[in-house]
Design a protein around this ligand. Structure first.
Ligand code: SAM
Length: 328
């Protein structure tokens, strides 16, 4: 048994959200006042997570990303990461984090085999950071960024581009890559704020690209299958930049991803509805074969692309969840 959909796409990359809670309140993701968090006993336990990881690994998943909510808000996260390391199930381990609580753990993350970290940072300006995140944590995030840069972990910055909010940060971020060995990825804002509000952003891929090229000479690099970012090098810069057409959805054809949320809810496409049946399977004593069969069945129904998936979501009467429950 392997994870493959009806379009012949092999799924070898799992993004696992270990919590839906976060210590920031970015309005495009988890707005202030959001309170529909999962009860603690609905989170998969560490033992359940390890069991799930063994099963997905046996089905051909080779790459694992830990995400959330904010992964470091999950109690005893490092214990879970040590357990995952001991299993030696994956070719590569990655994490997406907001960097607030990350810096003290970087050395151990290296030991545990983390190859890259995506650090979410939407502004290089302290005041704007506070406006966007509603928390005064800029300094701790920058300390994480600088410590990551000194480590062997490849560092990518994820910056969501929002009209009238942080577009003035685009060029400073590109400038930052001149002397910093980081890869900055500009992400189109998607409607995953948990409120049903559509982003007002007119800052799509093309707009971001032409804004950058007005000031810098971008050299586009070839995209590999499964890549979501169009990457560019810039002459004289030690870092690089990329743009993710996350809302335009131009890269679905080679998607190799599967998302599993903190309760075990499975999303074969970011834009589609979640399947909630794994949690009950886990808690009702199902054996590994039954769980593997459910996973392969769900993945085989992966929608063709994000537009088809969104249609399924709308037809089922649901709306996009907060990204904190999905993991990005
Ligand atoms: N808390 C961690 C962090 O901030 O990196 C991990 C979870 S966060 C949901 C994962 C990624 O999703 C972040 O890079 C975040 O910027 C991105 N994200 C969240 N909501 C988004 C949205 N509405 N549009 C585009 N990207 C979004």
């Amino acid at each position: 048994m392997v994870l493959e959909d009806k379009f012949g796409r092999r799924i070898n990359y799992l993004r696992l959200a270990v919590t839906d809670r976060c210590n920031l309140r970015c309005h495009y993701c988890l707005p202030e006042g959001f309170h529909n968090f999962l009860p603690k006993d609905h989170l998969l336990s560490f033992e359940e997570i390890i069991r799930l990881l063994r099963i997905v690994s046996s089905l051909g998943v080779t790459k694992l990303r830990i995400t959330g909510g904010e992964p470091f808000v999950r109690k005893d996260l490092m214990t879970l990461l040590r357990m995952i390391h001991q299993e030696q199930l994956f070719e590569s381990l990655h994490m997406t984090t907001n960097g607030v609580l990350t810096e003290p753990h970087i050395e151990e993350l290296v030991t545990l085999g983390f190859k890259s970290i995506n650090l979410s940072l939407d502004s290089l300006d302290r005041k704007r950071f506070l406006q966007i995140t509603k928390r005064d944590e800029f300094e701790r995030v920058m300390n994480t960024l600088l410590a990551l840069e000194k480590s062997v972990i490849k560092t990518k910055i994820n910056a969501v581009v929002m009209a009238e909010e942080n577009t003035q940060d685009i060029l400073p971020f590109v400038q930052f890559t001149q002397d910093h060995d980081v890869h900055v990825r500009f992400i189109e804002e998607m409607p995953f704020n948990g409120t049903g509000r559509q982003p007002k952003s007119t800052w799509n891929f093309k707009a971001i690209e032409s804004h950058i090229t007005s000031a810098f000479d971008l050299e586009p690099l070839t995209m590999a299958p499964g890549d979501t970012a169009q990457e560019y090098s810039i002459k004289g810069h030690i870092g690089s930049v990329g743009i993710i057409a996350a809302a335009s959805r131009t890269f679905c054809g080679s998607c190799n991803r599967l998302r599993i949320g903190p309760r075990g809810d499975l999303q074969s496409c970011l834009y589609g509805p979640a399947d909630t049946s794994l949690f009950d399977l886990f808690r009702s004593g199902a054996d590994d074969l039954a769980i593997a069969e459910r996973l392969t069945a769900l993945v085989s129904r992966k929608p063709k692309d994000g537009f088809a998936a969104e249609k399924e979501l709308v037809n089922s009467g649901e709306r996009h969840a907060s990204m904190a429950t999905i993991g990005g």
